[in-house]
Each structure stands twice: as structure tokens, then as C-alpha cells.
Design a protein around this ligand. Structure first.
Ligand code: HEM
Length: 398
């Protein structure tokens, strides 16, 4: 589908425009000078895009006026079924989130470190000895798929299929909405099949865990379990590979930071928070369910809101030098994992995957840079990360 070019970003924004995809940061920085909330009539019922941390914070916490029933801003509503808890509003949100807290608690997630390290190490073994590598396609885009497959005890050899569904539901459905619907149907059928199998033969994975979970003394419906499993597959994979890929892009393009991270590996957790702030991959959406005003701007019922945690993270009112990546930034209350009651449930796992992925990569390839003439391709829309990231491993002679 061809998209008309954007002439006036403040009144006609389009987060699928190539200018946005390639460098949203410059765009936001220049727009902020004249306008703090962008609008657009390109999307059904009209859409708002607040650029300040304060407005994003206020909207994320205000579930009375802003609902999570629409979590993507599109030309037309996508007929996508519920994925609790991310598509739920209170009061239904609370129990469906509570069920997921124990398996994603810090002490549970920490147990996964040896397995994640093993996955990263095996992926790197396959790249050893090569000079030119696509760090996104051949590394970042694999690790989280294997981690989620392990959590759910599903077949990791279906990784290509999972990636196809995730793509079809995200960017793919912008160009081909039918593909998104088909992916949702296939994913639902796949999980229903797995639920049936686990009912007959339970295991110690998350699918069996959800089968035994209860809300107010009643087991979850199959529809609820399927929706949650689809969410975990979608929310747990592309988000994390985007963050790993963007971090590797930064390290490949900033030799000083790369040298420092190799020399001072203890700095990595702080650097990861800064990569999350500066290259936050996830933008969410809300639907306005009651007229209200935020930061002086009226939001009308039925309108959509693009809730840009990435733009909030670049707000100069909240962060000093927001467009500079400072890998030892001391105070970093970023919103990459969201704000309010929908704050990311998988943040402990995502941080662990990021740390292990970068530690293992840097231990194996301490010297690397963008490949000569590399054409880095960034994903479009509400999830930002490098889809294609050609790097060159620089061999240092002893
Ligand atoms: C770097 C990686 C990740 C980022 C940046 C990220 C970001 C986010 C954001 C911004 C939200 C808030 C949504 C909203 O405001 O509506 C969210 C929610 C969520 N995330 Fe993540 N996420 C990541 C990784 C993961 C992983 C690995 C998992 C699990 C396997 C996960 C599971 C979830 C779930 C279940 C929710 C919904 C929580 C709720 O609605 O209460 N995420 N994530």
C-alpha cells in the first residue's frame, strides 16, 4: 500500500513514513520546538501523539480515560482477539497480570541464565571464523525465540514459523492486513493444539502452568490461555531482539563505547539501561474512552493515542542531553518498559537476555564495526530495531 508523503508532521504524522523509520529522533527534536502533541487523520477516528514524558506518563497511568483495547494505531481497526493482560483494562487486568507474575519474578528468571548463555554461545559458535555477519538476522533474531520456546516448552525448530507470524502480525499486516489475520488464526490453532497435549501430558513449562492457573477459583478459558500465549510469543521475542540489535548497532558505530565496554565489562548493566532509553523499541497505543485533557491538549472519545515510550525517553525536560548516548549515565528513569499498570512483565527476562547476549558477543567479537557500505534496515511502525545489521569482524594480529 503506498502512503502519501507527510508534509506537516504536527497535523499529519505517520509512524510508517520512511523518515520516521530511519531517524525518528531528529524529527521529534525539531517538532518539540513548536508542538508537544502531534495529530493525524490518517488513522481511523484520528490519532494523537504526545511527545513529552509528562504526557506519556499521565496517559499510561490514566486507565479511566485511556483504554488498552486498541494497542496498535492503524488506518483501520485490526480484528485481533484479546491478549490478556496487555489488551485488558481494570478490573479484568489485575488478575490476568497477577497470574503471570510468579514465572517472571527475578529469582525465577535468574535460573535461566545458564540456558540463555548456552543458546548465545551455540549461535556464536556457528558464526566463528566469519568476517561478515548480519548481527540482526544471524544472532539477535534467534536468541529470544529460543528463550521463549524453552519457557513454553514448545518446539524451537519452529522458530522460522514463529518469526513469520510475528512479522505478519506487526509490520506485515500494515502492507497486508489479511496476513495478520491468518497469522493470528494459525498461532491460535497451534497453541490450542499444545494446550490439548499438555492437558493429556503436563510438563513443567508455562503452558501447563497456565492450564492450572485460576481466576476467582475458576480455571482460565482456552481463549484466555491462547491470548496470553500469543502475547508472550509476540511481546517476548521481537521486543528483545530489537533491543539486542539496536545495542549491537550502537556498539558497532561507536568505537569509544565498544573499547570501554570491553575494558570495563562491569559497566554493561548501566550501558544496557542507556541503550534501552535511547533506542527503546516499543511504542504502544491507547483508545480514548472518555473526553479528557492532558497537558492542556483535549483528547476526544474514540480517538487513538500513539503512546511513544521512545519519544518520552528523549524528552529534554526529563533527561539531560537526551540525544546523546552516555553509557555510564548515572540517573536513568527511562520508560522503555512502559509506565503504569501495564509495565512490562518480562523486564527481568529482557534485561538478562540483553546482558548475556552482549557479554557473549563482546567476549567472542571484541572488535567489530559496521560492514563497509552496510545498509542497515530498521523495522517500521511501533517496534523499532534493526532488521538487517551487516557488521565486519575486525581481526587483530597478535
Ligand atoms: C527489551 C525487551 C522488551 C521491551 C522493551 C518491552 C516493553 C514493554 C512495554 C513498553 C510494555 C507496556 C505496554 C503498555 O504500556 O501497554 C510491555 C508489556 C508487556 N511485556 Fe514487555 N518488553 C520487552 C520484553 C518482554 C519479554 C521478554 C516478555 C516476556 C516473555 C514481555 C512480556 C510483556 C507482557 C506480558 C506485557 C503486558 C503487561 C501488562 O499488560 O500488564 N516483554 N513490554
Amino acid at each position: 500500500m503506498s502512503r502519501p508523503p507527510v508534509d506537516d508532521w504536527s497535523l499529519d504524522f505517520d509512524h510508517f513514513d520512511t523518515q520516521w523509520t530511519e531517524d525518528p529522533f531528529q524529527l521529534w527534536a525539531s517538532l518539540r520546538r513548536s508542538c508537544s502533541v502531534l495529530t493525524s487523520q490518517r488513522f481511523e477516528d484520528g490519532a494523537f501523539l504526545p511527545l513529552t514524558y509528562a504526557d506519556v506518563h499521565a496517559i499510561a497511568y490514566d486507565t479511566e480515560h485511556f483504554s488498552s483495547k486498541r494497542i496498535v494505531v492503524r488506518e483501520q481497526k485490526l480484528p485481533i482477539k484479546g491478549m490478556p493482560p496487555i489488551t485488558s483494562d481494570p478490573p479484568a487486568h489485575t488478575p490476568s497480570r497477577r497470574i503471570l507474575l510468579p514465572p517472571f519474578a527475578p529469582q525465577e528468571v535468574q535460573k535461566l541464565e545458564p540456558r540463555i548463555r548456552g543458546i548465545a554461545s551455540t549461535l556464536l559458535d556457528d558464526l566463528e571464523g566469519r568476517t561478515d555477519i548480519d548481527a540482526a538476522v544471524e544472532y539477535a533474531q534467534h536468541l529470544p525465540v529460543h528463550v521463549i520456546a524453552h519457557l513454553l516448552r514448545i518446539d524451537a525448530s519452529k522458530a522460522d514459523c514463529f518469526r513469520t507470524w510475528i512479522y505478519a502480525l506487526g509490520t506485515g499486516s500494515v502492507h497486508n492486513p489479511e496476513a495478520g489475520i491468518v497469522a493470528m488464526e494459525e498461532m491460535s490453532a497451534y497453541f490450542l493444539d499444545n494446550i490439548t497435549q499438555r492437558r493429556a501430558t503436563p510438563d513443567d513449562g508455562l503452558i501447563s502452568y497456565l492450564i492450572t492457573a485460576e481466576i476467582e477459583g475458576k480455571p482460565l478459558t482456552d481463549q484466555h490461555i491462547i491470548g496470553t500465549l500469543c502475547l508472550l510469543l509476540v511481546a517476548g521475542i521481537e521486543t528483545t531482539w530489537s533491543a539486542i540489535g539496536a545495542s549491537l548497532w550502537h556498539i558497532a558505530t561507536h568505537a569509544d563505547d565498544r573499547h570501554r565496554l570491553v575494558a570495563e565489562p562491569d559497566l554493561l548493566p548501566t550501558a544496557i539501561e542507556e541503550f534501552l532509553r535511547a533506542y527503546a523499541p516499543v511504542t504502544m497505543a491507547r483508545e480514548v474512552v472518555a473526553d479528557t485533557t492532558v497537558g492542556g491538549c483535549p483528547y476526544h472519545t474514540g480517538g487513538q493515542v500513539l503512546l511513544s515510550y521512545p519519544a518520552a525517553n528523549r524528552d529534554p525536560e526529563k533527561f539531560d542531553n537526551p540525544d546523546t548516548v552516555i553509557i555510564d549515565r548515572a540517573h536513568n528513569p527511562h520508560a522503555a518498559f512502559g509506565l503504569g499498570r501495564h509495565r512490562c512483565l518480562g523486564s527481568n527476562l529482557a534485561r538478562l537476555e540483553l546482558r548475556v547476549a552482549l557479554e557473549e558477543w563482546l567476549a567472542r567479537f571484541p572488535n567489530f564495526e559496521l560492514a563497509p557500505d552496510a545498509h542497515v534496515v530498521w523495522s517500521e511502525g511501533q517496534l523499532r530495531g534493526p532488521k538487517v545489521l551487516p557488521v565486519r569482524i575486525v581481526q587483530i594480529e597478535d
